[in-house]
Design a protein around this ligand. Structure first.
Ligand code: BGC
Length: 273
């Protein structure tokens, strides 16, 4: 079933173009600032094999406290997933298993050997990956960019802006394009969905003034064939995507809030399965 053996580790710089699906569901867990969500994923279809479980992120969201919540979620699904590896997303740069930043989670994640902390608490192999990278992988494998072998750029518009850059199915991890400096500002501070909400901007104003500038800079630096826009606000994509004038095709994400879980599960199987 596996058509390539190009898988690297979670330290990896690449995911295989065509991965394999496992016969057992693989657990994906998505850690966010307010909730930690997990579900076993059927990698043949990219769909959940059981209902998703959500537990509030602990107020004191240190790696140890979060790992305990993750352990609770894992214990709910052990019958389905066996002793296989699990995929975990985090809103942080993840470099060789070490978290190098921390967006909306406790600052003690910075420079923490997080993948090892999870493996110690859970006693199984973990693939820890940036949240937007996982979502990008899911969209290429199962969603809006399925089968696209060109340069695919995924951005998630939420509290911040996450990004994933994928070429020929291979992920270049930790691109962090939400933090490009544009016109003297951190890009996500002017173009995120939170900025739109905080300023009470209409979709039109947000799109024409802020998103247009953001995506045209991003496009001039990466020249993608396809831009996929995720994050909760992409459910209303018809209100703002048609207003953007770009070279690349720009489309809403398909997997919505399951993308992180699905991408993490896919990476767990293909990097450590
Ligand atoms: C963080 C990224 C993350 C994104 C979405 C940004 O502020 O720097 O690592 O992917 O938010 O959560």
């Amino acid at each position: 079933m596996s058509e390539t053996t190009a898988a690297s580790g979670s330290d990896g710089v690449a995911s295989p173009t065509t991965g394999s699906a496992s016969d057992r569901p693989v657990l994906g867990i998505d850690i966010g600032g307010s909730g930690i969500k997990g579900a076993p994923v059927d990698l043949h279809t990219g769909e959940f094999a059981a209902d998703r479980l959500r537990i509030d992120t602990p107020a004191d969201s240190t790696p140890e406290n979060v790992a305990r919540v993750v352990a609770k979620i894992v214990s709910e699904f052990t019958d389905q997933i066996g002793d296989g590896p699990i995929g975990v997303t985090i809103p942080a740069v993840v470099n060789h298993g070490i978290t190098r930043s921390a967006a909306n989670i406790d600052k003690s994640w910075i420079d923490h050997p997080a993948e090892k902390t999870f493996e110690d608490v859970l006693g199984r192999n973990i693939v820890l990956v940036n949240d937007a990278d996982a979502a990008g992988v899911a969209e290429v494998q199962y969603g809006a960019a399925k089968g696209n072998l060109g340069v695919v750029l995924l951005t998630t518009l939420g509290t911040g802006i996450g990004s994933a850059l994928i070429h020929n199915g291979m992920l270049v991890p930790n691109t962090e394009f939400g933090h490009l400096e544009i016109d003297g500002h951190d890009a996500e501070s002017r173009a995120s969905a939170k900025f739109k909400e905080d300023k009470g901007l209409s979709y039109k104003k947000w799109a024409e003034k802020h998103l247009q500038r953001y995506y045209e800079v991003l496009e001039s630096l990466t020249w993608p064939d396809l831009i996929v826009v995720g994050g909760g606000v992409s459910r209303k994509s018809e209100k703002f995507l048609p207003l953007l004038k770009l070279n690349a095709e720009i489309v809403p994400a398909k997997l919505q809030n399951s993308a992180g879980i699905v991408g993490a599960a896919w990476l767990a199987h293909n990097w450590k399965g």
